[in-house]
Design a protein around this ligand. Structure first.
Ligand code: SF4
Length: 506
């Protein structure tokens, strides 16, 4: 069911952003371990999934403390703050915003008081029935609404709903019982990691759109967005949290139940760009998928060239695959400044004019006089590739042939990736030839949808590829009930009323 609206945002020029994922989550239950530090390192491994804010909640069995702030994990935490977070359960979060502004109030883990204690929750994904959830929160009995939240994100609504459930006699429900009632009503992409004072919980939407894995420590358990985050804290991989599964971990061990049947639709873009190459999703290694995408791209779109180079780092595995399959040598034609990440220092106009050079610099000695194949993972707006082609020509490239290891991005994502508005997507309304001309390339080609999917080895029906073909894995509400500012703007008056009511209540 193709859809036409949405908020996406992409660019790699300095001060702007690449395709952004909606967060990394990490949880640990491990008595006797320094859980805050384990979570810190877990989040460090997941930093690529969200760079706007970071937070860790820790329980010592009687209370939960939350420490969160804007910035990178390494900017938010230091030895002192981590030492103040003592306990045996922790939940951590690295955020990129897709519903709700990038402000401190929306940083996670979210926190709510419950009748029996409190709950802290971290969410990777994006919900599509936020308006409905806001109404459900507004309808909670006033005393169950917890402390007045200033947050305007979908995650806080789920936290409020889990915190505020009662039985027919008005007695508060446990978090576990509340999860069994609420999770089947939540729609969209959600990999959740949450906790009360005694138990670590995890849940994954029935489509399993975003990844979530379970790991084992000698003295406990870990849940994380990506398997690479298990490696960094010494946990061994156990299995995925299955689509539609709810897990609770405490001193009695691990309990698993289902709140919905699995209808797998994992995000194919995780394999293309989002996940770390050293992560496995659904049993398939991301790096190997990318190399295979490059091989297939070479078969589908050959080029007469002297050298294959990558747009580092995300284009590198596909460039290696392209070189391997085409027989054209692979070389490092661009040097990336590894330290240009997200910064609070906004580049001045003068520095901004340096454009792409803040991030990438050509190796003139390597590319001069050469016919280049430049392999990148995706094109969203095209600004970066246009600047790149210009820079390579200035550095002496004889020809520039661009090859993209994913198909043209034509549709918005409502499940946690922020590209650009549909009108800003360069593939929307332009032929591939026109895009190539607009970029200034000698030729441009993309991998086919089937080529990309086959490279993942995952069955096509089990993957979401909606941003490429417009086939969304679930029914979506009207466009005015979707969007980042849904709980903040005046566009959706009835929704805002409900959300505001929820926010105002004590
Ligand atoms: S629309 Fe694209 S980016 Fe979004 S979940 Fe589906 S495949 Fe992933």
């Amino acid at each position: 069911m193709p859809r036409g609206d949405g908020l996406l945002n992409h660019d790699l020029l300095p001060g702007e952003k690449g395709p952004q994922d909606a967060c990394g989550v990490f949880g640990v239950w491990a008595p006797g371990e320094e859980v805050a530090k384990l979570t810190y390192f877990g989040l460090y491994a997941l930093q690529h999934r969200g760079q706007e804010s970071a937070g860790i909640a820790v329980s010592n069995g009687s209370q939960i403390l939350v420490f969160k702030d804007m910035g990178l994990v390494s900017q938010v935490f230091d030895e002192t703050s981590l030492s103040s977070l003592q306990g045996h359960i922790a939940v951590g979060h690295a955020r990129y915003s897709t519903t709700g502004a990038s402000v401190w109030e929306n940083a996670q883990p979210t926190f709510r008081a419950t009748a029996q204690g409190s709950i802290a929750l971290g969410h990777n994904g994006n919900l599509v029935n936020t308006a409905e959830l806001a109404r459900m929160v507004a309808d909670l009995p006033e005393r169950n609404n917890g402390s007045a939240p200033a947050a305007t994100n979908d995650t806080d609504l789920v936290t409020a709903l889990l915190a505020g459930q009662t039985d027919e006699d008005g007695k508060p429900l446990s978090i576990e019982a509340a999860a069994a009632r609420i999770l089947p009503k939540v729609r969209g992409a959600f990999s959740l990691v949450f906790m009360d004072e005694h138990t670590l919980y995890a849940a994954r939407d029935p489509q399993g759109i975003r990844p979530l894995v379970l790991g084992r420590l000698e003295r406990g358990w870990v849940v994380a967005s990506e398997s690479a985050a298990l490696d960094i804290c010494g946990a061994s991989y156990v299995r995925e949290i299955e689509p539609g599964e709810f897990v609770a971990i405490d001193e009695n061990g691990l309990r698993s139940s289902r709140f919905a049947d699995a209808r797998p639709k994992g995000c194919v873009f995780e394999y293309v760009y989002l996940a770390r190459p050293d992560t496995d999703i659904a049993g398939r290694n991301v790096y190997l998928s990318r190399v295979e995408m490059g091989r297939r791209l070479a078969a589908e779109a050959p080029a007469e060239a002297d050298l294959v180079i990558a747009t580092p780092e995300s284009g590198t595995p596909a460039a290696i695959g392209y070189a391997e399959a085409s027989g054209i040598p692979f070389g490092a034609g661009l040097v990336k400044n590894a330290y240009v990440g997200r910064t609070f220092i906004q580049p001045s106009q003068t520095i901004r004019q340096l454009g792409i050079r803040l991030k990438l610099n050509p190796l003139k000695e390597v590319i001069k006089g050469k016919r280049l194949v430049v392999v990148d993972d995706s094109i969203v707006r095209g600004n970066t590739q246009r600047a790149l082609v210009r820079m390579l020509r200035e550095a002496g490239a004889a020809e520039v042939h661009i090859r993209i290891s994913s198909p043209p991005v034509k549709w918005p994502c409502f499940f946690g990736i922020d590209f650009a508005t549909r009108a800003e997507l360069i593939a929307n309304g332009m032929t591939i030839e026109e895009i190539g001309t607009s970029l200034g390339a000698d030729s441009l080609a993309y991998i086919s949808i089937d080529g990309m999917i086959e490279a993942t080895t995952i069955a096509k029906p089990n993957l979401c590829r909606a941003c490429f073909d417009g086939e969304y894995p679930m029914e979506l509400p009207d466009p005015e009930l979707l969007g980042k500012q849904l709980l903040e703007t005046e566009l959706a008056a009835p929704v805002e009323t409900a959300a505001s009511a929820a926010i105002r209540r004590p």
